[in-house]
Write a protein that binds this ligand. Structure first.
Ligand code: PHE
Length: 352
């Protein structure tokens, strides 16, 4: 039996198949139950031992060649069918598809993204911390021991295992300092911590049980008698608020008490709604409180593993909702978690 003659016959049969149905028949004849190609390969067993390797090799070569011819023929039919179908349609397949509604970013996300962009451009790093926090990091490490009245000001969701839902992002200050000192502290350390916080508040126009903060922390080594200063803090806050509130503004500091900063401040901006002239939003004072901040307390630095004689720093805790409300003129904090799409769709993503 001439293997080449067989092969030529098979290739001719494949070439002669005029459509995919005919091709399927040829394929069944060659590779089906008693397929001719398979029979050829199997017939090697009938040969004397010494002829088998050469024959087997040749037969397998033929088999491969026929398989390739089949695949090529099948591909040709598929391409032809597709081309025919496309010609028969009366639509333009190169037109873009229907524009499905894309959804929009949440206004808090928009402002958070902008803040993260801004602070990372100033050399800050983004840090995360757990929402389920320990009493130690949420309070004790921040200079708020168990009997301290400041605990009262943060109505806390306690969990049954003595952990809690963090009441602010400040615990990440100490977490970050400890991690940094463990790895050989490299000053300056500049971090921001955007995140979700929880307090057992009665919800009203200006209180939510779930809210977003962005903590900031800067710590550097004291050079001579020059440490991180309140001037550094004010400048950073001014830069940040100017970008976020999209206008030039004035800030002022009032004393504010937080056990983990000393001195501690409430930072106000001149009211964006009346430019400081006095209106109902600023209660005729011309100023709006935007964020608490201060110089990092020595005890917090100690908890972080640093010597407060050697290092100083500032920290701030921005309430993101508050900034978003100022920026867009929103007067009810419940809108953010309300899931009302008519509210949420008003903040198209700014293309940048
Ligand atoms: N963590 C404080 C709060 O939520 C805010 C704050 C942060 C104050 C950093 C000072 C410095 O009330």
């Amino acid at each position: 039996m001439d293997m080449n003659a067989l092969r030529d016959g098979w290739l001719r049969a494949i070439a002669a198949a005029s459509d995919d149905k005919a091709l399927a028949e040829v394929e069944a004849r060659l590779f089906g139950g008693k397929g001719e190609v398979l029979e050829l390969v199997r017939s090697v067993t009938a040969l004397p031992k010494e002829e088998r390797p050469a024959f087997g090799k040749a037969a397998n070569g033929v088999k491969q060649e026929v398989e390739q011819a089949l695949t090529a023929a099948r591909d040709r039919f598929v391409a032809a069918t597709t081309a025919k179908e496309l010609q028969a349609t009366d639509f333009d397949p190169t037109e873009p598809g229907p524009r499905l509604p894309r959804g929009t970013l949440h206004p808090i996300t928009i402002v958070q993204n902008e803040l993260v962009d801004l602070f990372t451009s100033l050399g800050f790093q983004w840090q995360d911390g757990p929402e389920v926090e320990s009493e130690y990091f949420n309070f004790d490490a921040l200079n708020i021991p168990g009997d301290h009245p400041a605990r009262e000001s943060q109505d806390t969701f306690w969990l049954t295992d003595k952990n809690l839902l963090r009441t602010h992002t400040s615990p990440v200050q100490v977490r970050t300092l400890q991690r940094a000192t463990k790895n050989g502290f490299q000053p300056p350390l500049k971090v921001i911590v955007p995140g979700r916080c929880f307090r057992s508040e009665t919800v009203d126009k200006s209180h939510e049980h779930t809210f977003y903060q962005m903590e900031g922390l800067v710590v550097d080594r004291v050079h001579g008698d020059q440490g991180v200063s309140t001037a550094n803090l004010i400048h950073t806050m001014k830069t940040c608020l100017r970008v976020i509130l999209e206008r030039d503004l004035q800030v002022r500091l009032r004393p504010g008490f937080f056990p983990f900063v000393e001195p501690g401040f409430e930072l106000d901006v001149n009211c964006p709604f009346c430019s400081g002239k006095g209106c109902s939003v600023c209660k005729q004072s011309g100023w709006i409180e935007v964020l608490p901040c201060g110089m990092v307390h020595p005890n917090v630095l100690r908890q972080g593993g640093l010597d407060p004689e050697e290092y100083t720093g500032f920290a701030f805790g921005m309430g993101l909702q508050r900034v978003v409300m100022l920026r867009y003129g929103i007067d009810d904090i419940r809108q953010f978690m309300g899931g009302n799409t008519r509210f949420l769709q008003q903040f198209p993503e700014v293309s940048r």
